[in-house]
Design a protein around this ligand. Structure first.
Ligand code: FRU
Length: 463
């Protein structure tokens, strides 16, 4: 096994991968495309890789779906989406980037391709590009214009694209009756960040959700969008606190049972000069369902239930009051799931988990819940050897004293810590334990005791 390579998260057999693309369910299969460099483990010559699954857990790699048409000046096939058109034809939209005038900042175009054989091979539309930046007219200049995401409302196809206008990141909205001819409608929303990448828009109940990647923690907005197709923000939050080195560029899809499912790219950018890890880069997150909490209009994130099929070696602890110190769990390994519930009423506790822990503790990663400080911290300073390359601590601010309970749903997978807290806060970080025996898991408490109502843990099988 390759050191650090996850066993139950999706990775391609080799080489570089970034954003999930073209997520679509068609005739019994979930399709996952992704930004892919077939020529090595660094970003470059971006193609679309492809894999399929019938259960959202096990993936079968398929041949590369899209390659740059160098004869047409195309150098990269940037991110995009897939839809099934009104005649049932699978159709991709993506951002086509070249060199010189066709550079990503000022010369990107939006291209289309269709599949004659159920999404295996793709034929680029002869009249590409389907959208050029001329569509905005003379008065609006959009830079870094990319990452089309298309969906249908009534008789009308809508497309959202990311970019920046006057130095501010934004999402722009377009409309089409036939997927080939498009008109620009308006700026859907603008932020304070320099650039918005990979915007994703979808309806959840009577609300509109807009997710975007601003070269920092991925954010979401919840609002309303009526007949005028103007978006009115009502609520906002983070999709994940991992930031651009932990969880980035997510894309969602609709499952046939109506679930909205989200995948994100877990980059390996920060592993630096670790020569032990070579030949691959980039992982897809576990698929998460996204729901609207009607009481707060915030989003609820949960791992898809299908992942439970990977569980083995169940381990349970009854209600326990943990006192100050370190408490070894019987569960160990580098591919583990833990669900633990803590009682927070009146608590000032500081506690958490040590994972990827070597027998003597020289190597370990800690996930700490600092209730009084209102912070959740993933501390990798005693684990990763990618010295100086990335921030040792990933922090999420979270007012735990507002909550009676804290439900921690933790996944670890060789170089990944992915945690769901109270189904509303996600924190994902990469970490690179180098020792084979960094498999221990302990629970720790600093200061006042903490009451845990239950804990369940499992080892997870590889896919
Ligand atoms: C996000 C991103 C996208 C772009 C792609 C290129 O990670 O920068 O905006 O389409 O990656 O690989």
């Amino acid at each position: 096994m390759t050191l650090g390579k996850p066993i139950y998260h999706f990775t391609p057999p080799a080489n570089w991968m970034n954003d999930p693309n073209g997520l679509v369910y068609h005739e019994g299969q979930y399709h996952l495309f992704y930004q892919y460099n077939p020529h090595g483990d660094q970003w470059g010559t971006i193609h679309w890789g492809h894999a399929v699954s019938t259960d959202l857990v096990h993936w079968q790699p398929l041949p590369v779906a899209l390659a740059p048409s160098t004869e047409l000046g195309e150098v990269h096939c940037y991110s995009g989406c897939a839809v099934i058109d009104d005649q049932g034809v699978p159709t991709l939209f993506y951002t086509s980037v070249g060199e010189g005038e066709r550079n990503a900042e000022t010369g990107a175009e939006q291209w289309m391709a269709t599949s004659p054989d159920g999404l295996l091979t793709w034929v680029k539309f002869e009249a590409n590009p389907v959208l050029t930046s001329d569509i905005h007219g003379k008065d609006l200049t959009v830079r870094d214009w990319r990452d089309p995401y298309v969906w249908k409302e009534g008789d009308c196809w809508l497309m959202v694209l990311g970019g920046s206008v006057e130095g501010k990141g934004c999402a722009l909205l377009y409309e089409s009756a036939n997927l080939q001819e498009w008109t620009f409608l308006h700026l859907l929303h603008t932020g304070e960040e320099n650039l918005w990448e990979c915007p994703n828009a979808f309806r959840l109940q009577d609300k509109m959700v807009l997710i975007y990647s601003p070269s920092d923690k991925v954010k979401y907005l919840v609002g309303s969008m009526g007949d005028d197709l103007r978006f009115m923000k009502e609520q906002e939050g983070f999709v994940d606190h991992g930031g651009w080195e932990g969880y980035y560029a997510p894309q969602s899809m609709l499952a046939p049972d109506g679930r909205r499912i989200l995948w994100g790219w877990l980059p390996d950018n920060a592993r630096g000069e670790m020569t032990e890890i070579q030949g691959w880069s980039g992982v897809q997150s576990i698929p998460r369902t996204v729901e609207l909490r009607p009481d707060t209009n915030t989003l609820r994130f949960q791992p898809v239930a299908e992942l439970q099929g990977l569980r083995e070696n169940p381990y349970e602890l009854p209600k326990t009051v943990w006192t100050q110190g370190h408490h070894k769990l019987e569960t160990k390994g580098k591919a583990v799931e833990i669900i633990a519930e803590f009682e927070l009423a009146g608590s000032e506790a500081s506690f958490g988990f040590e994972v990827f822990r070597s027998p003597e503790g020289e190597e370990q990663t800690t996930l700490k819940f600092d209730v009084a400080g209102g912070r959740i911290v993933l501390d990798r300073s005693r684990s990763s050897q990618a010295a100086g390359v990335h921030a040792w601590e990933l922090t999420a601010l979270y007012d735990m004293q507002q909550h009676k309970q804290l439900r921690v749903h933790l996944f670890i997978d060789h170089s990944i810590v992915e945690v769901f807290v109270n189904e509303e806060l996600c924190l994902t970080g990469r970490v690179y334990p180098l020792r084979e025996d960094s498999e221990g898991i302990r629970l720790f408490v600093q200061g006042p005791s903490v009451a845990m109502s239950s804990l369940s843990a499992w080892n997870l099988r590889g896919i």
